[in-house]
Design a protein around this ligand. Structure first.
Ligand code: ATP
Ligand code: MG
Ligand code: MG
Length: 393
């Protein structure tokens, strides 16, 4: 059988491997960690660094097509693989998504096509640029200073209120390339998953509403009425336009802010994009007839992309390492039996052995025949597990 390859061994790779195997594909994972979630379940595990030329050659040799599952994969490695094999998404688009400066420039460039723009921002790469912002762009305060590269889950970000805060924050972040973004009054956040094939065929999921706690996704609400329909349509159209403008192949997630009505942004602002399936799309595994990982497999393998249909309302609760510790800091296994006794609960654990605060260990999706029932069960599950961020009213 044909083999599909993944650069990276995290949980996104693991769920991709599961989806590929269901269609009869063999899989190969290149990942240095011996105990990685994806490496553990793949037919082949090439245990080496992401930029090791020998490992990359081995991966290309084994595979019909190759994808990546984490944001900070060296874009050069994708380029090397692309010399001999189809790689999706490509090195160029991954490079754009890895750099907030390039990413925002792309959003600005396709604002006409997408109908959305990003939060007001300024680039700070040099002391002179910092000084210019301090002198001329106080309209961006209060704001968030974000490193251009390598940030995720709110890491590499400092909230700044004053010019003094900003100058100190840039030093604190190491004086590396950053963007200063104006702090917007968010009323909600959402994201949209788009799948695009080599032939340009595009499919998408309806927007999911996301709740973040301390910069990390905590809860995803995926059901009709999770946000105003006009905004949902705009977000979906914008994400498709952004994917098309990139010539993207594979699954792309675009994150949006919803801001208070009457603002200059017309209610919707694009935040960032992830060139891969996304944590906020995990509900698609249990609530849709094709998941985000199925789309990624189809896109890579050159198969037609199914337009997914959501058959059940769903809420996803992220399970971070905290859940594995009691109030006194003792490690203990959560009471899964109590959770799984609740109707419509689907538990996904990623096979990670060491639980640490903030580490993504698994997720729980709740599905059911109606939204009210799903919310009620999600409330009970969140209480049992001590989870934050569930604002189900
Ligand atoms: P991810 O893990 O999603 O890649 P990240 O580290 O790249 O996260 P962002 O998405 O830039 O971080 O920001 C994390 C969260 O911080 C957002 O989801 C939002 O809740 C908040 N946030 C970021 N930028 C702004 C802003 N300009 N105004 C208000 N809130 C913001
Ligand atoms: Mg990000
Ligand atoms: Mg984000």
């Amino acid at each position: 059988p044909a083999t599909l390859g993944v650069l990276g061994g995290g949980q996104l790779g693991r769920m991709f491997v599961h989806a590929a195997q269901r269609l009869g594909y063999f899989t190969a994972v290149l990942e240095p960690d011996a105990q990685s979630p994806a490496g553990l379940v793949s037919h082949h595990h090439i245990q080496t660094d992401y930029d090791d030329p020998t490992g990359l050659a081995q991966l290309a040799e084994l595979c019909q097509a190759i994808t990546t599952e984490f944001e900070n994969v060296p874009a050069q490695a994708l380029q090397t693989l692309a010399n001999t094999r189809p790689v999706a998404p490509g090195a160029a688009v991954v490079g754009i998504a890895q750099d907030r400066i390039e990413e925002k420039a792309h959003f600005v460039a396709c604002a006409d096509a997408s109908g959305v723009t990003c939060a007001p921002y300024a680039v700070i790469q040099t002391p002179a640029q910092l000084q210019a912002v301090l002198d001329e762009r106080t309209d961006l305060l209060p704001g968030i200073l974000k490193t251009a590269r390598l940030g995720y889950d709110g890491k590499g970000q400092v909230r700044v209120r004053t010019a003094e805060d900003l100058a100190a924050a840039w030093v604190e972040l190491g004086g590396v390339a950053c963007v200063l973004e104006k702090m917007l009054p968010l009323t909600a956040e959402c994201s949209v998953l788009v799948g695009r094939g080599w032939d340009g065929q595009v499919v998408s999921f309806a927007p999911q509403r996301n709740v973040h706690v301390e910069g990390i996704l905590a809860v995803t609400h995926a059901y009709e009425g999770n946000m105003p329909p006009a905004l949902a349509t705009r977000a979906r159209d914008a994400a498709v336009a952004i994917a098309q403008q990139l010539g993207y192949v594979g699954v792309l997630c675009v994150e949006f802010f919803v801001v208070a009505d009457g603002s200059a942004h017309g209610g919707l602002v694009v935040n960032e994009m992830a060139p891969r399936p996304h944590n906020s799309g995990h509900y698609t595994l249990d609530a849709c007839d094709a998941s985000q990982f199925d789309l990624q497999v189809h896109a890579m393998a050159g198969l037609p992309l199914p337009q997914p249909r959501q058959h059940s309302p769903a809420i996803m609760l992220n399970l971070l390492g905290e859940v594995w510790f009691d109030a006194s800091g003792q490690r203990r296994e959560p009471d899964w039996s109590a959770v799984l006794r609740l109707p419509g609960t689907h538990l996904h654990l990623y096979g990670k052995l060491d639980a640490r605060a903030g580490r993504k260990m698994g997720h729980l999706t709740i599905t059911g025949p109606d939204v009210a029932g799903v919310k009620a069960v999600a409330r009970q599950a969140a209480d049992l597990l001590g989870l934050p961020g569930l604002d189900v009213g």
